[in-house]
Design a protein around this ligand. Structure first.
Ligand code: SAH
Ligand code: SF4
Length: 388
């Protein structure tokens, strides 16, 4: 729970209506203000030219203004852009833009689909046939500064939790990301796979989901927004209930037995596999949709083909697709990825067992932009350029 008052950027249209009506403003101004912020991405009241001057002054006095200051853009050779953003208290977070050229079957598209857990691209691609090729962008966003979950292979986990982000800081990343799209690019998917555990910051995460998917705002389709979690069982149920199962779910599983999972992810001691799997079975998933299982392969820890066989058994009957992610090495840990053959063998077991299973290419590796590798201190960039 946030003890501070709701930031203006975190307000939903009905909340704007209530606050502005109490000041005697006309009813349509609430929608106008929400449009400026979430549809047009304008956060400075002085630039909201169709509002009366006294209202603009009031909005400024309430604290409406930029919530994130872009500090740097690191551009990777594969087109991935990592944005380093400074918060009002000086802390920094990162968000990543992952462009992919659209077109059924292109490797980049497959990567983005795997990252975005989007299950029904094919239908959309069929509908889009003949349209000008465009670049679809998936944005990966953060929900906390650091993370309390302590997973040993993750830079955020090793850093520990510094603080939760507010909904304005979570949604603000997408407002900025959208403003930085390049010609021909389209923001298509948002994945909550940056720094932090979204469901440990449930209130702000849920509010940011409402902001991002609001038809009067950015208007992302719920199925194109994926929340990734290390497995906070009560909050998985809550997310399912609050959004009717519409938000795409990704589970960081990383092991198929409790001993292995607890060694990699301390949260497993609180919510062991049996409880987690029960939560997945109970998630009110719409028909034809699947839960994404993320499995970071860590050499010598969870990469044995026997573990793949256990995984196949464990997931039986749950509509899933599996993403295998060879671990990105991090400075704070001696853990690392298995070799290519080992990865292929693991995948083969799952494919043979009838699962749809992708190996996720590491994107933006040269600037430490791969999801899960977002570090608290800016990485040394290969390419550094000013914003603008
Ligand atoms: N806290 C949430 C979301 C952020 S982490 C979660 O754990 O799901 C996003 C994904 O990156 C998770 O699947 C996580 O396990 C993975 N990840 C973290 N560090 C990684 C690393 N060093 N290499 C590969 N994947 C990593
Ligand atoms: Fe937190 Fe996710 Fe990293 Fe685990 S993998 S420490 S839950 S951000």
């Amino acid at each position: 729970m946030r003890s501070t008052p709701l930031h203006p950027v975190a307000r939903l249209p009905e909340e704007w209506s209530a606050s502005l009506a109490s000041r005697g403003e006309r009813s349509f101004t609430a929608k106008q203000v929400f449009h400026w912020i979430h549809r047009r991405g304008v956060l400075d009241p002085a630039a909201m030219t169709n509002l009366p001057a006294r209202l603009r002054e009031h909005l400024a006095a309430e604290g409406l203004g930029e919530v994130l200051t872009p500090e740097r853009v690191h551009r990777s050779e594969d087109g991935t852009r990592k944005l380093l953003l400074r918060l009002h208290d000086g802390a920094t977070i990162e968000t990543v833009l992952l462009p992919s050229v659209s077109g059924p079957g292109s490797q980049a598209q497959i990567d983005a689909d795997a990252a975005a857990a989007s299950d029904d691209e094919d239908e959309d691609d069929a509908a889009d046939a003949g349209a000008t090729p465009r670049v679809r962008v998936t944005q990966c966003i953060s929900t906390q500064v650091g993370c309390a979950m302590g997973c040993g292979f993750c830079a955020s986990g090793v850093a520990g939790l510094k603080r939760h982000l507010g909904a304005e800081e979570i949604a603000g990343q997408v407002l900025l990301g959208r403003a930085m799209l390049e010609e021909g690019e389209e923001l298509r998917n948002v994945v909550y796979m940056g720094m932090g555990e979204p469901l440990h910051n449930y209130e702000a995460t849920a509010r940011s989901l409402r902001l991002l998917t609001h038809p009067e705002g950015i208007n992302l389709s719920t199925r194109r927004v994926t929340v990734s979690t290390s497995g906070l069982v009560p909050e998985i149920a809550r997310l399912g209930e609050d959004f009717g199962g519409q938000i795409a779910l990704a589970i960081s599983l990383h092991a198929a037995d409790d001993e292995t999972r607890s060694a990699l992810m301390p949260i497993n001691r609180k919510y062991p596999l049996e409880e987690l799997l029960a939560a997945l079975r109970a998630y009110p998933l719409p028909r034809r949709r699947r839960i994404t299982i993320e499995y970071t392969l860590v050499a010598g820890q969870n990469d044995d083909p026997a573990e793949a066989r256990r995984l196949a058994k464990l997931l039986r009957g749950i509509p899933v697709k599996i993403n295998l992610i060879p671990m990105n090495p991090i400075e704070a840990s001696s853990l690392g990825p298995p070799g290519l053959e080992r990865v292929a063998a693991f995948q083969e077991v799952l494919t043979q067992a009838g699962y749809s299973c992708f190996v996720r290419r590491r994107r933006g590796d040269d600037v430490s932009a791969a999801c899960g590798q977002l570090v608290l201190l800016g990485a040394k960039p290969k390419v550094r350029r000013a914003l603008g």
